[in-house]
Design a protein around this ligand. Structure first.
Ligand SMILES: Cc1cc2nc3c(=O)[nH]c(=O)nc-3n(C[C@H](O)[C@H](O)[C@H](O)COP(=O)(O)OP(=O)(O)OC[C@H]3O[C@@H](n4cnc5c(N)ncnc54)[C@H](O)[C@@H]3O)c2cc1C
Length: 666
């Protein structure tokens, strides 16, 4: 099958505008006869469900939580980008488009990214109309801040709770449609297989997580909006439940999986403290607007700090190495995440780490507190030489901006970040790879769409901060509602899809036999035992720095672990009741396949780009070295019964409006 990406012809700025005005639509009366399943009701799925229902389709929406409000999207802290240029600092649609393509290290599809930048401006209007309380300036206008990889302020935010507020907006819109009967909500339901009839996605098999019942659901199209797969690393900043199952089942039924190795490691997370942890916590990138990242200049100081003999506040200014400001003077602490993460790793590998494990650097607000304090003192005609007063005034400003993040840090680490610098280290955060989709967001299975973090679309090899919410909401509110009509126009006379077809039977049996195997296995080890082992392999050999030897070993180790899992996993409880161990087992089984494909993808990509860093391919200064001649393509993998036998299909990346250059933030 060729990868027909359906990109319309014409100048990039008019591609989407013209395209959406000329695709087929379904008239309101006919929409009533059409059912759409949406798997996932985070920001992408929730916004799509509300919009499709508003348009008149019958939506069946699924999530495994007890409410769409608990989707992982709620965790998004820092903000959502849009090219509104409210700050008057020279932002534009082109600049957002340019920054995003460059940020992704020229591995994203140009037309998609331009469309994303175009509709970004609508997202803000949509959310404000819904009543989302985005932060405002003193004068009442919407406020902006800056995120990594950009030199303008285009990030809209709601304190450190942007995802929560945006999700509540989408959820309210969904609730209206649930009330009208246009959305049927299936909470606590997990999709465990995709049903394909005559080559088209026509339904899903889901498990009712409360009763354990296996259910068949049919529709004319299926939209996967199931989020990212960062939890393949076991430890990540993702919600504990985030998983790849829905996307992986679609992959196994014929949807190509694109760029699985493109994963983002976020530079500012609370460091790992030991083996007992099951989750990592993000400290929002917005903190890099004001926080300065440093380690001691002298190895002996770092050592003394690690041994608890020295405090960071005792190290004088001249003995601190603000390494991002030193290496990247024009972007400084706001370099993109992949660059900041690798720089932290480089310093820690060189022995300058500042916590007991040697894997932490400082994020320091002392300068910001002083700067803001002096400004406030001047504004209020107070004594700017009064250090205590300046500190109090400055602290208030910082508290207003980031108070909840500071409180969260204090609760987890038990140290006051106002008086002592935070300790941070990179952690797995976001997956740029995912199900391959064409310009219409359709996968390689007809009638199966994929939106939000679950698809591979717009971020290339690295996602710039505040761009995931933008993409999820663009897909859900503004792109899919148009493009799906083009496909569904053929279904206005199809009628309800029956669920007693042999294809439903086969898929249901498939799910039942997997569950039977897991429940009857009676092995020795818990699901977490395997998940932790997988995570260790992934972090050590497929993590921030990768090489051919490690990746080859990882593939073998994961295959062996998978084999052991099926032989030796123990799942307690029963299949016909609420059983979270079984839920986990079904998800980890899929992670154990994805992990191998992930390593295979990283092994085949003999270059470094964005978050994918191959040690063999770096410049003398340790920066990523791309190979545009041989790797300017999306790697889309076709499932062939075993992850290591997956077949590679290449979608060439053609840049007509941007010149590919070496990414520099110096
Ligand atoms: C800590 C943190 C902070 C972040 N901050 C920001 C930020 O400030 N700005 C930004 O732009 N991005 C941020 N991101 C990224 C962003 O939050 C996510 O990429 C985005 O929310 C994903 O949205 P989604 O709708 O695609 O998926 P999710 O919100 O993950 O939703 C997935 C949905 O799918 C459902 N689901 C999954 N599998 C199944 C299944 N098999 N059956 C049924 N339902 C299923 C779930 O129940 C859920 O409803 C952050 C990420 C993290 C981890």
């Amino acid at each position: 099958m060729s990868l027909d990406n359906k990109i319309p012809q014409g100048p990039i700025a008019s591609k989407w505008t013209d395209y959406k005005d000329h695709i087929r639509l379904v008239n309101p009366a006919n929409k009533r006869n059409i059912d759409v399943i949406i798997v996932g009701t985070g920001l992408a799925g929730g916004s799509a469900a509300a919009t499709l229902a508003e348009l008149g389709y019958n939506v069946k929406a699924f999530c495994y939580q007890d409410s769409p409000r608990r989707a992982h999207s709620i965790a998004a802290q820092g903000g959502v980008n849009a090219a509104k240029n409210y700050s008057g600092d020279g932002d534009s649609i082109y600049r957002l488009f340019y920054d995003t393509v460059k940020g992704g290290d020229y591995r994203a599809r140009e037309a998609n990214v331009h469309r994303l930048a175009e509709v970004s401006v609508n997202i803000i209007d949509q959310c404000v109309a819904q009543g989302v309380p985005l932060a405002r300036e003193y004068g009442g206008l919407l406020d902006n801040r800056s995120f990594g990889g950009t030199q303008v302020s285009r990030t809209f935010y709601a304190k450190g709770q942007t995802g929560q507020q945006l999700l509540l907006g989408a959820y309210s819109a969904m609730n209206r449609q649930i009330g009208r009967g246009k959305i049927k909500m299936y909470n606590r339901h997990e999709m465990l297989d995709l049903v394909i009839v005559n080559g088209k996605a026509r339904g899903i098999i889901a498990r009712n997580l409360v009763t354990g019942e296996i259910e068949r659901h049919s529709a004319h199209a299926v939209v996967i909006a199931s989020g990212g797969y960062g939890n393949v690393f076991y430890l990540s900043t993702n919600a504990m439940g985030s998983n790849v199952t829905a996307a992986w089942k679609a992959h196994k039924r014929g949807a190509y999986f694109a760029n699985p190795c493109f994963t983002q490691i976020h530079p500012t997370c609370i460091p790992v403290t030991g083996d007992h942890q099951s989750k990592l916590t993000l400290m929002s990138e917005s903190l890099r607007n004001d926080g300065r990242i440093w380690v001691p200049k002298k190895l002996e100081d770092a050592q003394a700090i690690r041994e608890g003999k020295l405090k960071p506040t005792q190290i004088p200014e001249e003995d601190r190495d603000y390494y991002l400001e030193r290496r990247y003077p024009s972007f400084g602490n706001l370099v993109p995440r992949d660059v900041a993460s690798r720089a932290a790793k480089e310093r820690c590998d060189a022995g300058y780490g500042v916590n007991a494990t040697g894997e932490a650097v400082y994020l320091d607000f002392a300068s910001a507190i002083e700067r803001y304090g002096k400004e406030q003192a001047r504004i209020h005609h107070l004594d700017e030489n009064d250090a205590k007063l300046v500190y109090d005034l400055g602290k208030k400003v910082v508290e207003n901006k980031y108070g909840n993040l500071f409180q969260m840090y204090y609760k987890i680490v038990d140290e006051d970040p106002y008086t002592t610098p935070m300790m941070i280290y990179p952690a797995v955060h976001y997956t740029m790879g995912g199900i391959w989709v064409d310009y219409n967001l359709m996968t390689t299975i007809e009638g199966c769409y994929c939106i939000g973090e679950a698809n591979f679309s717009d971020h290339g090899a690295n996602r710039l901060g505040a761009s995931a919410l933008m993409q999820g909401l663009a897909d859900g509110y503004f792109v899919l509602p148009y493009t799906i009509g083009d496909y569904l126009a053929d279904d206005i006379r199809t009628g309800t899809i029956p669920t007693d077809l042999p294809e439903f039977e086969e898929a249901e049996n498939n799910v039942r036999s997997m569950i039977d195997h897991l429940m009857n296995n009676k092995g020795e080890h818990s699901v977490d035992y395997f998940h932790k082992k997988l995570g260790k392999i992934m972090w050590n050999k497929v993590g921030m720095a990768r090489n051919a030897k490690g990746l080859t070993e990882a593939m073998d180790e994961i295959a062996a672990l998978r084999e052991e899992f099926y032989r030796n996993v123990k799942v307690s409880g029963t299949a016909d009741s609420f059983n979270q161990e079984l839920e986990k087992a079904l998800r980890v089984a899929d992670f154990l396949e994805l992990g191998e494909l992930f390593a295979k993808d990283a092994l085949h990509r003999e270059e470094s780009c964005g978050g994918h860093f191959r040690e063999e391919h770096q410049t003398e200064e340790g920066e990523a070295k791309r190979d545009d001649e041989n790797f300017s393509y999306v790697a889309a993998w076709e499932y062939k019964g075993n992850p290591r036998e997956a077949v590679l299909h290449k979608e060439p990346l053609v840049y007509e409006n941007i010149k590919m250059v070496t990414r520099s933030y110096k």
